[in-house]
Ligand binder design. Structure first.
Ligand code: F0G
Length: 465
């Protein structure tokens, strides 16, 4: 079996706005001419002269699943033919066997959303429990190959956890900038454990990004946020793996949460490239869901027709997507147009209810991931998704990332006190939604250590079920 390698897969950088094709990227991964984002493209992949034989590629990727080689065992590097080439890979690749995440059927959520065929690809089942690992293995390896001593990111928590782990595995130091008090303990604890220099700044995520952008101009650190195009390339593999799991039969819809918009850009890029290479015959519609209190992309599309993005001060209990000035909005917009997807926004209570429903299916996820189900319900109501169409939700983070949110929801005090959800942008719970939330709440029952008390609780639960 012959699989084309280097020359055909030689990737080049290109500016998404002015089309400049620099030989290398600067410290901030922005175009030196116009300041916009860079992306990788593959000049050898032309429609009239296919470089890969689709069936041979699919067979090779499948065969690697039984390999003992670490890179073959990774759900990212297994698909390396569709990624830029990194020189001396054997020496520099850092892998935790990321990817390889399960695709689950969600029967209860399907009923709640009134669709027949609903799956979740659970990217929270990655080594550091979020989708970030798929991009991080690739970007951290490129930093390693570039002999960087330090890597750095601004983060709402998951990027920092992932970066710290991969940096540690590659013997690099990591610098993390996070908003003080606005990331979950689960994520913060990971960064500390993996040895990062963790700076909690008295600002929000967007403020952390601004400081980091200035820092990389002065210090030789490698920026590992998703403006780094290597991150996007690695994150493409979630879509490739998904299609492989579906025997290369595309679903009608894929739904992703939108924060900084790197993930939607990556999944969309992979879909377009897979069609270009004839690995799939049609494109699923990729839709992006934001929290109502952190909805700059929703407003960009719905209010400004995609012409501009108006940065905002973001506020949501789904802290992972508490982002007001998303870096990759132009890339995400392109994906929306290419696939015919939609953008939606959901309230805090809709997110909480959807998260509990995903939990009740025995799966669970962190709050930001649950916007996908909440968004699907809206897209069903608007008629954009039809009952018979197949839908895949991308769950981006593990339930244990933010147990605080979960416990507050089940105790019924998620929206009490100083909660951000009381702010106007976050939406006020209406009565029907609140009743739905009540049905899903499973607060712990505190009892005397007495058999009769436990039997009483069991009988009461049975009567109410
Ligand atoms: N879901 C989770 C669990 C996330 O952590 C993030 C982003 C997103 C969704 C949104 O993805 O930014 O690619 O649109 N978290 C980043 C972080 C920003 O720093 O961990 P996006």
């Amino acid at each position: 079996m012959s699989i084309a390698q280097n020359t055909e897969t030689a990737a080049k950088l290109r500016c998404i706005a002015c089309g400049a094709t620099p030989d290398s990227a600067g410290q901030n991964f922005r175009c030196a001419a116009c300041g916009d984002l860079l992306e990788f493209f593959f000049p050898g992949w032309t429609a009239d002269s296919p470089v890969f034989e689709p069936a041979a590629l699919k067979a090779l990727w499948l065969k690697r699943r039984t390999s003992r080689d670490a890179l073959d065992q990774s759900g990212v590097w297994r698909f390396r033919e569709l990624l830029p080439h990194i020189p001396n890979l054997e020496e520099y690749a850092i892998t935790l066997r990321e990817g390889n995440t399960p695709l689950y059927r969600l029967p209860r959520c399907a009923r709640a959303a009134a669709v027949e065929n609903l799956h979740a690809k659970h990217q929270g089942m990655n080594p550091t429990a979020s989708f970030k690992d798929t991009g991080m293995t690739f970007a951290a390896s490129s930093a390693h190959q570039g002999k960087f001593r330090w890597v750095a990111c601004a983060s709402t928590g998951n990027t920092s956890a992932s970066m710290a782990a991969y940096a540690a595995r590659g013997n690099m130091h990591s610098l993390v900038l996070i908003p003080e008090g606005k990331i979950s303990w689960g994520k913060l604890s990971q960064a500390l454990d993996y040895g990062a220099l963790t700076c909690q700044l008295r600002t929000d995520f967007d403020g952390c990004v601004r400081i980091l952008s200035d820092l990389v101009r002065q210090k030789p650190v490698c920026l590992l946020n998703s403006v780094n195009p290597y991150r996007i390339e690695g994150q493409k593999t979630a879509a490739i793996e998904l299609l492989e799991q579906l025997a290369w039969e595309p679903p009608d819809h894929i739904i992703v949460p939108g924060g900084n918009l790197g993930n939607s850009s990556a999944i969309g890029k992979a879909l377009v490239e897979m069609r270009e290479l004839k690995l799939i015959s049609r494109l699923p519609k990729l839709s992006i869901i934001q929290a109502q209190g952190a909805n700059p992309f929703y407003r960009c599309v719905r209010e400004f027709g995609g012409k501009k993005l108006d940065p905002m001060t973001a506020d949501t209990l789904a802290t992972a997507i508490r982002i007001g000035n998303p870096a990759s909005w132009k890339k995400a917009l392109r994906v929306l147009k290419a696939t015919g997807g939609e953008v939606e926004q959901v309230t805090e209570l809709e997110i909480a209810v959807a998260k509990a429903e995903i939990g009740a299916d025995g799966i669970g996820c962190e709050p930001a991931s649950a916007v996908t189900l909440a968004g699907l319900k809206k897209l069903r109501r608007s008629g954009f998704v039809k009952p018979g169409e197949s839908v895949v939700l991308i769950l981006t983070g593990h339930a244990l990332k933010d147990p605080d949110f979960t416990i507050k929801f089940h105790r019924g005090d998620l929206f009490d006190g100083t909660s951000d959800a009381g702010t106007p942008g976050a939406g006020t719970p209406d009565e029907a939604e609140a009743a739905q939330a009540k049905c899903l709440q499973r607060a712990p029952v505190v009892l005397e250590a007495d058999l009769r008390a436990v039997i009483g609780a069991l009988d009461a639960a049975e009567r109410n079920s």
